[in-house]
Design a protein around this ligand. Structure first.
Ligand code: NAG
Ligand code: NAG
Ligand code: NAG
Ligand code: NAG
Length: 300
């Protein structure tokens, strides 16, 4: 009888094909300071009894998280994953053993193993975090132009996975006259600080308040002047990163008003010239210096 049992157990061990565990199809890319789900699941839910799920870093043998005897075992976690790695407790019963890894740092780059034990069966997959990206800041239009007196929008987008509350600071600066960096506009701790703008930009530079929640920190610069020409930087600070994008504000065109003024100047110059012909003729006839003096006055 007991011999029979041993044989059965041995047979079970030999035939334990292993559990079929699913993981991600390809390496993952995480965002610095963000969070990421490391997928690991089985097709059909497993009994909670005798279920053990172990997440490990293969490259440093650190235990990322453990599920055992029907519950999380946070005390078993390696220090560096404490409070950062979580199972989805309502998903475990469905055979989904994915974990959420929060507050990603560059050190999280590496290979993770999800090992599932159920009775005599075991299965595992590995998940690679290939790369940890910094906060990405982009300027849609890296060069813009406008006419004197017009308004211009300088674009600056912070990638959408960064929630606005994690953005400590966004500052626009004029940086082309280094080391003289001119503060243009400041957003800090969730508030816009117009008072910190250089006096040249005060009341002329503004964010689009409604857009900030979408990570859109574009700036409107009103009534542009020739001196505004140059390079602007949108610098984004989060707890563990500083990223930036630059926008070149070049080519200040002439405004319609300028063009009209120029045309009027030209016409009046032409008129002055045409009207002065009879006077000139008169002067050349008489050759009187006092009238010549009067002619000069007209031209000026
Ligand atoms: C994760 O980051 C948030 C915001 O920066 C912080 O409040 C929290 O304490 C961090 N959690 C851990 C476990 O480091
Ligand atoms: C497992 O749960 C996570 C979190 O709810 C979810 O994003 C993921 O799609 C689930 N995976 C499967 C295979 O259901
Ligand atoms: C914003 O918060 C940081 C850190 O809490 C602090 O050092 C800074 O002075 C704050 N800025 C303003 C303008 O209140
Ligand atoms: C950001 O907001 C500005 C002003 O509303 C808009 O012109 C620009 O298209 C927005 N950018 C994006 C990427 O939505």
């Amino acid at each position: 009888m007991s011999m029979f049992r041993v044989l059965i157990s041995a047979a079970a061990l030999l035939t334990s094909e292993g559990l079929s565990v699913q993981g991600p199809a390809q390496p993952l890319v995480a965002q610095l300071g963000g969070s990421i789900i490391l997928p690991c699941s089985v097709e059909t839910p497993l009994s909670m009894e005798e279920l053990e799920v172990e997440w490990k870093r293969t490259d440093e043998e650190a235990l990322v998280h453990l599920f055992q005897n029907g519950e999380d075992r946070p005390e078993a976690q390696h220090q560096s994953y404490r409070d950062r790695a979580h199972f989805f407790s309502e998903q475990i019963f469905k055979g989904n053993f994915s974990i959420l890894l929060e507050n990603i740092t560059v050190a999280d780059t590496g290979i993770y193993r999800c090992v599932v034990f159920s009775y005599q069966n075991v299965g595992e997959i590995s998940v690679t975090i290939q790369h940890v990206e910094r906060v990405v800041v982009t300027a849609e239009d890296p060069t813009v132009s406008a006419r004197v007196g017009e308004d211009v929008v300088l674009n600056c987008m912070v990638d959408s996975h960064i929630p606005p509350e994690r953005i400590d600071e966004v500052s626009w600066k004029k940086v082309d006259k280094k080391p003289d960096i001119i503060p243009v506009l400041l957003f800090q701790n969730g508030t816009i600080f117009p008072g910190s703008s250089h006096k040249r930009y005060r009341d002329r530079a503004e964010f689009f308040r409604q857009e900030i929640l979408k990570g859109n920190f574009s700036m409107r610069l009103k009534n542009v002047q020739t001196a505004d020409k140059g390079e602007y930087m949108c610098e984004v600070h989060t707890e563990n990163s500083v990223s930036s994008a630059t926008v070149e504000f070049g080519r200040l065109g002439m405004s319609a008003l300028h063009i009209i003024t120029l045309i009027l100047c030209f016409i009046s110059l032409l008129l002055t010239f045409v009207l002065s012909i009879p006077v000139t003729v008169y002067i050349s006839k008489k050759g009187r210096p006092r009238i010549k003096y009067a002619f000069v006055t007209i031209v000026n």
